[in-house]
Design a protein around this ligand. Structure first.
Ligand code: NAP
Length: 324
């Protein structure tokens, strides 16, 4: 008898075909471009053996109850799993598959892009060109800040944090410094010349702060008004991890009080952000729509891993990549 797998979106063609070609699977799929509505998800999940979900699908006790006793595996097409109630899965002995590693380069790349875009006022520059505000070359117009000799603070030196540090090193040069803050010491940090500091030191000393940590109870809204006040006045703040790590209301307040040199965000709250959101009124804020892993290469690799995770899970085999 074939196992039922629910796929909550259309994924890139290679992993999509890979899943469709599995002979022992009955594929149930939400094929619309939009996120599957919750009611529909609760209905379609009934009786399935495996779920291949996105970070936009909340996996909680209600959903697991709706799925019922056949459910053997949840596989998410992401490395972050803050949308999944891991304790609920553990209680039910259901493994969670995820996609670590393959999106590190793409996300580090976009982190560096946002640091550069924020530092060099890219959003304002593009707008000036488009709005006819580009006058003759002017020695004092649109001056940004450059990375040479600066101190970069990486909050969360995991896979993406380390890859970002490595990529930023050539920009800061020999006189620049990279410091980091994580829960645990990272022995590999020494080899890339990155120094562990306390959170307050990271806030005090960094010219650029990149948020690269996981989103969890501790990091939820960790970057709030009190924290912003401890940063340098002209700090460049970039978040490519999860929107909730920053308390966005406080970010707007701090910006309105003149804090920050500039801000670059790939993630925010909510997503999508309303075009009239107060955050977008600040010229020095650059927001892009959660593009961290959005390359064809990366999404294909993520898809292949997510499919392998769900297939091995429904077959009762150990997942190639499961959250420990
Ligand atoms: P990872 O290797 O697990 O790294 C996560 C890091 O977060 C770890 O170094 C961890 O430190 C740190 N951390 C967790 N809680 C912390 C705390 N309270 N204080 C300080 N550091 C803390 O994961 P990754 O592959 O680099 O991915 C990181 C996150 O990026 C994911 O969780 C995901 O949410 C986000 N992401 C976003 C995109 C995007 O499209 N923008 C794409 C991929 C990933 P310890 O090791 O010391 O615990």
């Amino acid at each position: 008898m074939s196992s039922k797998v629910l796929l909550t979106r259309t994924i890139p063609s290679e992993p999509q075909k890979f899943l469709e070609s599995a002979k022992d699977i009955e594929l149930i799929q939400w094929k619309e471009k939009s996120v599957i509505p919750r009611e529909k998800l609760l209905e379609m999940v009934k009786g399935v053996d495996g779920i291949l979900c996105m970070l936009t699908d909340k996996i909680d006790s209600e959903l697991l109850d709706a799925a019922g006793p056949n459910l053997k595996v949840v596989s998410t097409l992401s490395v972050g799993y803050d949308h999944v109630d891991l304790n609920e899965l553990r209680k039910r002995s259901i493994p969670l598959g995820y996609t670590p590693g393959v999106l590190t380069d793409a996300t580090a790349e976009i982190t560096v892009m946002l640091v550069l875009a924020a530092a060099r006022r890219m959003r304002e520059g593009i707008r000036a060109v488009e709005n006819g505000e580009w006058g003759k070359w002017n020695p004092t117009w649109m001056l940004g800040t450059q990375l040479t000799n600066k101190t970069v603070g990486i909050f969360g030196l995991g896979r993406i944090g380390s890859a970002t540090a490595l990529r930023l090193k050539p920009f800061i040069g020999n006189e620049g410094k990279i410091i980091y803050c994580s829960r645990t010491e990272k022995p590999e940090a020494a080899s890339i010349g990155v120094i562990k500091v306390d959170f307050d030191v990271l806030l005090r000393d960094s010219d650029v702060i990149c948020i690269c940590s996981a989103m969890n109870e501790e990091t939820n809204e960790m970057f709030n008004y009190e924290v912003f006040k401890k940063m340098k006045k002209n700090v460049i703040l970039v978040n490519t991890a999860r929107g909730n790590i920053i308390r966005q209301k406080d970010l707007c307040r701090a910006l309105s009080e003149g804090m920050f040199g500039s801000v670059g965000l790939d993630v925010c709250t909510p997503e999508p952000l309303d075009p009239n959101d107060p955050l977008l009124k600040f010229n020095k804020v650059t927001v892009i729509p959660h593009l961290g892993s959005a390359t064809l290469e990366t999404r294909t690799l993520m898809g292949n891993i997510a499919v392998k995770n769900v297939l091995t899970g429904v077959r009762g085999e150990p997942l190639p990549h499961s959250v420990k």
